[in-house]
Design a protein around this ligand. Structure first.
Ligand SMILES: N[C@@H](CCC[C@H](N)C(=O)O)C(=O)O
Length: 308
């Protein structure tokens, strides 16, 4: 008897690799949401030795296809079925509601692959629409501004990291953040902190986990920040965390609105807080495209299900 063929296509999965200030992603174009993007597959793709390596996966699909395939229960408010939807997964396979750097790379990939033209791109996310404007597009490099919506202040909480307690402002950017601005901390001191270690947070306050930012106070419109992301560990940048940090740094300085440049290990990103919304402007770089060849479980359809 001939053994059953693997459920993968031998050609594997088409992918694009990109990053936004070194927060790196594998982008999977899957317009009709046919790939069974389970936790094992995401972890394997993101594995930095046995896989392609990334902080997260961005599946490109239409919002309608994700609903039809049962990946989304309903269309998030403000997202249309025909919109391109950023189906974001952390490196550990968990799903997150939003990813700010991801939206920049996602929008860049939509343009680079010809799915959309220039102009305002309505990107759907689990937190609702996050429109992106490509300000500069030069092949594999782009500068993208993302409308990040209104940050919601949730109160104050604290984390323990490396034996020290840090107080912070809890900010909902569609996903949860605790942005800790540390009095007297400078960029050199920030570099020494053990942000790679998992912070201990208040699970009552953050029942679904939290992304933790440690930042210097605002000086001349700038802050430095490091982040420990839920589901990915320490990353070189986090767009939603950058906006949350700008909110906390401005609040610490007695302001609710303003422009802040946030310096992260992976580069610099600009935030504008208007009081009713926020934008994030920064780079996107596409570094590779190819095919991921590890055998993949195909989504079973009635047509492909073997007869018993
Ligand atoms: N790096 C992202 C955030 C990704 C999701 C986050 N780890 C979470 O679980 O909420 C960004 O750029 O915003």
């Amino acid at each position: 008897m001939t053994p059953a063929p693997p459920t993968a296509t031998l050609d594997g999965l088409a992918f694009i690799k990109g990053h936004g200030t070194l927060n790196d992603f594998v982008v999977l174009p899957d317009d009709h949401a046919e790939v069974d993007l389970d936790e094992d597959l995401v972890r394997a793709v993101c594995d930095r030795r046995a896989g392609l390596g990334a902080d997260g996966v961005l599946r490109i699909a239409t919002a309608g296809a994700l609903v039809d395939q049962g990946v989304l229960a309903v269309l998030p408010e403000g997202v249309d079925a025909a919109d391109w939807f950023m189906d974001y997964r952390n490196a550990d396979g968990s799903i997150a509601e939003m990813c700010g750097n991801g939206v920049r790379v996602f929008a860049h990939a939509l343009v680079a692959t010809g799915r959309v033209g220039a102009g305002r791109i309505p990107v759907g996310t689990r937190s609702g629409p996050r429109p992106a404007d490509i300000l500069i597009h030069d092949g594999d490099q782009a500068v993208v501004r993302v409308d990040m919506g209104e940050p919601r202040l949730l109160g104050v909480s604290s984390v323990e990291l490396g034996g020290r307690v840090y107080a912070g402002l809890a900010v909902d950017m569609g996903n949860p953040h605790l942005a800790c601005v540390v009095p007297g901390l400078g960029a050199d001191g920030l570099r020494e902190l053990p942000v790679h270690e998992a912070p201990e947070f208040d699970t009552g306050f953050f029942p679904a986990g939290v992304n933790v930012e440690i930042a210097t106070p605002l000086t001349d419109g700038r802050v430095s920040m490091r982040v420990h992301e839920r589901g990915s560990g320490e990353t070189m940048s986090c767009g939603t965390g950058i906006v949350a940090t700008a909110v906390a740094a401005l609040a610490d300085a007695g302001q609710a609105t303003g422009d802040v440049v946030v310096s992260v290990p992976g580069g610099e990103v600009a935030v504008a807080l208007t009081g009713v919304g926020s934008t994030l402007t920064g780079p996107s770089v596409i570094v590779a495209e190819g095919r991921y060849r590890r055998p993949l479980p195909a989504r079973r359809t009635e047509a492909s299900r073997p007869e018993l």
